[in-house]
Design a protein around this ligand. Structure first.
Ligand SMILES: *[C@@H]1O[C@H](CO)[C@@H](O)[C@H](O)[C@H]1NC(C)=O
Ligand SMILES: *[C@@H]1O[C@H](CO)[C@@H](O)[C@H](O)[C@H]1NC(C)=O
Ligand SMILES: *[C@@H]1O[C@H](CO)[C@@H](O)[C@H](O)[C@H]1NC(C)=O
Ligand SMILES: *[C@@H]1O[C@H](CO)[C@@H](O)[C@H](O)[C@H]1NC(C)=O
Ligand SMILES: *[C@@H]1O[C@H](CO)[C@@H](O)[C@H](O)[C@H]1NC(C)=O
Ligand SMILES: *[C@@H]1O[C@H](CO)[C@@H](O)[C@H](O)[C@H]1NC(C)=O
Length: 396
């Protein structure tokens, strides 16, 4: 019985081989007869270069072309199509680009913050007014960088007295800096420069650049900060960047970082990651972006309330940011830079940029395993920090 079955199997295999032989020999004889010759296309097989209609997409398209060694050669003078010609746009000292008024569809009907953004979108460099050149003389394990606004004195002080206390924390070196623009530039703000100067001399943790500190310019703050890290704090092992209205559990973060091994530590980028998002088209939303500015999905990005990354990633982000057109929403912009690097931010449950359930908010133990909670007032920051610093705090 078994032998007959074996014979049958062998027969079937031989038949299959025979058919394969026929197919292959037919195929090669066709080649010999010239029936299957390689066809050379008569026209170029790449699509004609068509400018994207949304302005930010188009600016990215231009940068992509300029950074592509094959295509860039083809689109240098004298073959520059008009929409690709950005000569006359020096990025420093930066002059307004009034060409956008005709290049952006329905420019005149846009809210003024979009006009302000577009006219200065090519500007990435502004003078530093207050610097702390020696703050990282001893490269810290963790650099805490807090986006703040000049009038937020109380938030900064609460951070210094709580989660942003610099020095040795849990046997790790921590350096804290506050990132500011110029909040007096033409927006009817009171002149706080004297108080800021006092604060900066007293605490030596203020970094300030001379550009208008507005929501859409937070991306400028990001780019300037990436540059600043390279010149002033390149040795930092890890960087936390976040807002001044969050509570950060520095103990938990240091514990988490201390437990990382390579290559995980080198490629670290964690936060409250948002995936499958895109521009809001509702004019009333703070994050509204018109179709004339951007179309398409957003890459995965970590909410700007706060995220954590390695010093190595900071270097790579700085490097790649030159190839990514500025976008008016800073956390999305950082997501775009990561995507360009071929990386994606990783979601961590400890980052709660949308707060925790109300019933847990006054429970000290609820904060023990978290890394970040948003939003918190200065008083709440100090209260929560006191809870977490208490050696008698017992949580299961
Ligand atoms: C390069 O430019 C020439 C002349 O404008 C054009 O014919 C050709 O298709 C271009 N090649 C690419 C790769 O775009
Ligand atoms: C690019 O634009 C500038 C003025 O904006 C003009 O002088 C120059 O000739 C243009 N270059 C090309 C190659 O068209
Ligand atoms: C503190 O850190 C230093 C250097 O990182 C290490 O040598 C020392 O053992 C640590 N001390 C404690 C108590 O962990
Ligand atoms: C900020 O901007 C205003 C107005 O443009 C300018 O007068 C001032 O010198 C700038 N710097 C500071 C530190 O306020
Ligand atoms: C960003 O800052 C620059 C320089 O101060 C300013 O000209 C521009 O209007 C600002 N953009 C926005 C959207 O506020
Ligand atoms: C920065 O980017 C350039 C190409 O734009 C690359 O050659 C270089 O290796 C990069 N450096 C780092 C540190 O990633």
């Amino acid at each position: 019985m078994a032998r007959r079955r074996l014979k049958l199997v062998v027969m079937v295999i031989m038949m299959v081989n025979f058919f394969i032989f026929i197919i292959i020999s037919r195929h090669s004889s066709q080649d010999k007869n010239g029936l299957n010759k390689i066809r050379t296309p008569s026209k170029p097989f790449w699509a004609k270069l068509v400018p994207k209609s949304a302005y930010c997409n188009r600016q990215q398209q231009i940068l992509d072309l300029q950074n592509n060694p094959v295509l860039a050669a083809n689109y240098s003078a004298p073959y520059v199509p008009d929409w690709l010609n950005d000569t006359g746009l020096s990025s420093y000292p930066c002059q307004p680009n009034f060409k956008v008024t005709t290049q952006v569809k329905e420019y005149n009907s846009l809210p003024v913050r979009f006009k302000d953004f577009l006219i200065f979108m090519h500007c990435r460099s502004y003078p530093i007014m207050v610097d702390q050149p020696d703050v990282c003389k001893e490269p810290p394990f963790l650099l805490l960088a807090v986006k703040s606004l000049a009038p937020h004195f109380d938030r900064r002080q609460a951070i210094r007295q709580s989660w942003g206390r610099a020095g040795l924390v849990a046997n790790r070196t921590v350096v804290t800096v506050f990132l500011l623009g110029n909040a007096t530039a033409g927006d009817h703000h009171p002149d706080l420069s004297g108080m800021l100067r006092y604060e900066s001399v007293h605490h030596r943790d203020i970094i300030q650049w001379d550009y208008r500190d507005s929501f859409f310019n937070l991306t400028v703050k990001e780019v300037l900060f990436l540059e600043w890290i390279q010149t002033r704090c390149a040795g930092a092992r890890f960087v936390f960047k976040g807002d001044d209205d969050v509570f950060v559990n520095t103990f938990r973060i240091l514990d988490f970082l201390g437990g990382l091994s390579e290559p995980k530590a080198r490629d670290l980028f964690v936060g409250d990651v948002i995936t499958n998002a895109g521009p809001h088209r509702d004019k009333k939303v703070k994050y509204f972006i018109p179709e004339s500015m951007y179309v398409g999905a957003y890459p995965p990005y970590a909410g700007g309330g706060g995220y954590l990354y390695s010093g190595d990633i900071a270097t790579r982000l700085h490097n790649v940011s030159r190839q990514v057109a500025l976008y008016p929403i800073d956390d999305v912009y950082t997501g775009m830079c990561l995507r360009k690097l071929g990386l994606a931010p990783e979601k961590h449950k400890g980052f709660r940029t949308f707060n925790i359930e109300e019933k847990y908010r006054s429970n000290p133990c609820a904060y023990k395993s978290l890394m970040l909670v948003h939003p918190r007032t200065p008083q709440e920051m100090i209260q929560i920090w006191a809870w977490l610093s208490n050696p008698d705090l017992k949580c299961q």
